[in-house]
Design a protein around this ligand. Structure first.
Ligand code: ADP
Ligand code: NI
Length: 217
């Protein structure tokens, strides 16, 4: 099967798999991450097929929505890619990308690295910040029943992976626990440049949010 056919079949599989997904983790998140990954790839040396498959398959079964089980996504991806007769080396690399792309509080050692993972991770992180990042974060907060903001509940830095995953603190706290930290964790030069712009936009948003919260017009 050629590159384009493999990608087309993967798109169909991902759209089907994510048909019922929460708005911030649906096909359109995948589509944006895939586009961003291809954009960054123009400036980086990495295997195109691994990057595209990694971006397309990175969230097919996020553990947050599968009772914390981190094996569902990688296992589904392996079965799917084997059905397309993709090379075993590519499959195993894509599996590693799916297993290691996630932030989860960011306070743990990342056990696998490659230029392809660096790139997919940057694309995923860029989609977590800026205007889209703000929209996704409030959508997720609503989905889990979190408050918008509560000045009496401080943000928690240095959460363990387990604490991070079950945290339902106010959505504004998530900016301090993750979103504002991402610009300093980008792997690629192109990723850093995009992240800085989106970071500034989030800071403006927060300033305006507090102004309005405090009764300014
Ligand atoms: P990662 O896969 O990098 O660990 P997550 O799946 O945890 O990232 O988060 C993806 C997006 O979901 C976040 O960027 C954010 O928009 C939203 N999200 C995750 N956890 C929370 C939370 N506790 N409160 C609000 N939004 C959240
Ligand atoms: Ni993602």
């Amino acid at each position: 099967m050629n590159h384009d056919e493999t990608i087309q079949k993967t798109i169909t599989f991902v759209k089907d798999t994510l048909a019922e997904a929460e708005g911030g983790h649906d096909w359109w998140h995948i589509s944006r991450v895939w586009s961003l990954a291809k954009l960054i790839l123009e400036d980086e040396k990495a295997d195109r097929l691994v990057v595209e498959l990694g971006a397309l398959l990175h969230d097919i079964a996020d553990s947050k929505f599968h009772g914390g089980n981190e094996d569902v996504g990688p296992e589904k991806a392996i079965v799917f890619l084997e059905s397309l007769d993709v090379d075993t080396e590519v499959i195993s690399h894509v599996e590693n990308i799916i297993r290691h792309v996630s932030f989860k509080g960011g306070n743990h050692e990342q056990a696998f690295r490659s230029p392809e993972l660096d790139l997919v991770q940057d694309a995923d992180r860029i989609d977590a910040i800026g205007a889209i990042g703000i929209a996704r974060t409030f959508n997720y907060g609503g989905f889990i029943g979190a408050k918008l903001y509560d000045p009496d509940i401080p943000a928690k830095l240095n959460m363990s992976k387990e604490e991070y995953k079950k945290n339902i603190d106010p959505t504004i706290n998530h900016f301090y626990e993750k979103l504002l930290l991402l610009k300093d964790r980008m792997n690629t030069t192109a990723g850093k440049t995009i992240a800085e712009k989106r970071h500034e936009y989030m800071e403006e948003f927060l300033n305006q949010f507090y102004r309005e919260w405090n009764g300014e017009v």
